[in-house]
Design a protein around this ligand. Sequence first.
Ligand SMILES: Nc1nc2c(ncn2[C@@H]2O[C@H](COP(=O)(O)OP(=O)(O)OP(=O)(O)O)[C@@H](O)[C@H]2O)c(=O)[nH]1
Ligand SMILES: [Mg+2]
Length: 390
Amino acid sequence: MPYAFIGVGQCGGAIIDSAFSDRFMFSIAVPVAINSATLDLETLANVPRECWIGISRERGFIPGSTPGFRHLVSGGYGKNRKLAEEHAITHRETLREVLLQVLGGEDEAVPVGVVAFSMGGGTGSGAGPVVARLLKEMNIPVVAVAVLPASHEGGLSAKNAVECLNALIDSADSVILVDNQKIAHSETMEALFRKYNSYVARGICDILAGTAKEGIGAEEQSYAPVLDLKDMISATTFSAGRRTLPGFAALGRASERTRGFLHYLFPFGGYREVDVVSLLYRSFMKLTVSGVAPEQAEKNLALLRVPPAYLSDTGRINTSMAKEVMEEHSRIGETHFGVAMTRRNIASATVLMTYRPAQIGRFEELERLAAQHQEVTLKVFEEYERRGEE
Ligand SMILES: Nc1nc2c(ncn2[C@@H]2O[C@H](COP(=O)(O)OP(=O)(O)OP(=O)(O)O)[C@@H](O)[C@H]2O)c(=O)[nH]1
Ligand SMILES: [Mg+2]
């Protein structure tokens, strides 16, 4: 069965919508958009109605095909995280049913669920972790793509984020962080959402395509290492005794064209030589979390995607150098490195750099802002210290 790529709330929906603008995604994943506001769902260009799930106050989770959907699913939660969480928990059973319906039945196991949502609002921040936990209970590994609010968004957003992070510790296997502080320099941050979403979506699509059997083109690969789902999970998870805790990963991606106009200048078949090391360094410069150092990552993952010609012997790319660079950027020398094929004339490097909560300065900042709004503390710090000692 294909992967499930679920967006909860406005931001989560926008991220999956961007991911499925690449039609190839439909061959490896099913999109699911969950929202409490039909108006938000109607803005989606690539996620069809049969993949919508509405949150109705009276009826709980309902499929997009439900008569009167528009009236049943309206209003949103207006940043009221607690209420969204409460409703999602109350209607968990309908969520399970409707989700299975959209994903195509109970028989086949979903290999991984990616759940995207913002942490600063109501719907995604409240219901996102509930969706993640439900998948986990169905024995589906869960990667959360969680969007941190920028500091200027204020105390309520920060408080929602802190509470959402607390809820995520037990609900997700890994967390990929997307920090809006990275685009906060702009006066109208909202104007950059589209571009930022597309950057994040491309990176996630690359990793999903690179770990999906259908996406790799493994038969054509002779020498290159291959990443699988287990690599993705172990690169972004910490073990503490018998338990595992989600790691917090920053995503980075850089790409370049592989064919120039001046074909004769290039080494083989019109393809340029790809400088993998510089691609990796460029991806480090564009990590999705503000204030983290790439060389301080606990562990990491890197995936290169190149056209098939580079996977042949003549087109060989230097994977051992790339692997070395990645090892230098892990404090414990753990890197998961792989190469996958793309049909586009583009070479890309996508990295996930995984951190512990104490290494992420933005968490402290959000905790401080949240405390100004209301007494609330971030449990992840204690949790990791305590469990680390077990
Ligand atoms: N990166 C990014 N951030 C977004 C986007 N849309 C909203 N946000 C951020 O997400 C937070 C608001 O959450 P939304 O996703 O709009 O809220 P929601 O989940 O629909 O919940 P409601 O409060 O019920 O509407 C704020 O921190 C915004 O800065 C987006 O498309 N991209
Ligand atoms: Mg909304």
